[in-house]
Write a protein that binds this ligand. Structure first.
Ligand SMILES: Nc1ncnc2c1ncn2[C@@H]1O[C@H](COP(=O)(O)OP(=O)(O)OP(=O)(O)O)[C@@H](O)[C@H]1O
Ligand SMILES: [Mg+2]
Length: 197
């Protein structure tokens, strides 16, 4: 939720991967218009999913889309962010591994819990394995009071390049993204199973 943690990068990459691997009709709802429009505008036409800059997630689903991936602004208290949290079947909170970011994520988790009963998943992003902060990450994660994804997304140039290339459609970056996507889909499926029984 906080600025620069990787919300847009993960939203675009996960939406593209989901679209490619399931053939579902995926749309990215860009509620942080400046960000996504500016960075991905050159390649948006080549992405395997569509991008819209306004609209309501439910209307998008009614119009035939299967999945809406919402990219929110960095401001947790913005109206768009709170609407997205309320509408979502799962809230993904990217968090970079530093003490200050972890603290910010803890606050984010608290706000998400107030607004939604749906699953919420913290994803460690920009991890550098072998560093002191990289090693401390599991301990911090345990203090977050939220589910933390097993899959940690590493700091990779390939992700940085996606604003120009579109998305990480090959290599190690894609592999970890696939395993994150499986975790997300499992969480959503288990939640809906438990709540419809
Ligand atoms: N795993 C990663 N490896 C390398 N670079 C990354 C990774 N994730 C994000 N980045 C880079 O970090 C920067 C911030 O990422 P991004 O724009 O996705 O964050 P954000 O949370 O959407 O920020 P904002 O709150 O400003 O919208 C970008 O330059 C992006 O390319
Ligand atoms: Mg962004």
């Amino acid at each position: 939720m906080k600025g620069g943690t990787g919300k847009t990068t993960l939203a675009v990459n996960l939406a593209c991967l989901l679209s490619e691997t399931t053939k579902k009709k995926v749309v990215i709802l860009d509620l942080d218009r400046q960000e996504l429009a500016a960075a991905w505008s050159q390649v948006a036409g080549n992405l395997p999913c569509s991008v819209v800059k306004s609209g309501n997630p439910l209307d998008l689903l009614k119009s035939g889309k299967d999945v809406v991936v919402i990219d929110t602004p960095g401001n947790l208290h913005a109206q768009e962010t709170q609407q997205a949290i309320r509408a979502a079947d799962l809230v993904l909170i990217p968090c970079t591994p530093s003490p200050a970011e972890m603290e910010a994520s803890r606050r984010t988790v608290g706000v998400v819990r107030e607004l939604s009963q749906k699953p919420c998943l913290v994803v460690i992003n920009r991890l550098r394995p072998g560093t002191i902060t990289g090693r401390a990450v599991e301990d911090w994660a345990a203090q977050l009071g939220a589910k933390v994804a097993e899959t940690k997304i590493q700091l990779r140039e390939a992700y940085q390049q996606t604003a120009l290339s579109g998305w990480v459609n090959k290599g190690e970056g894609k592999e970890e993204l696939q395993s994150l996507l499986i975790e997300i889909l499992d969480l959503v499926a288990n939640f809906s199973k438990t709540n419809t029984l």
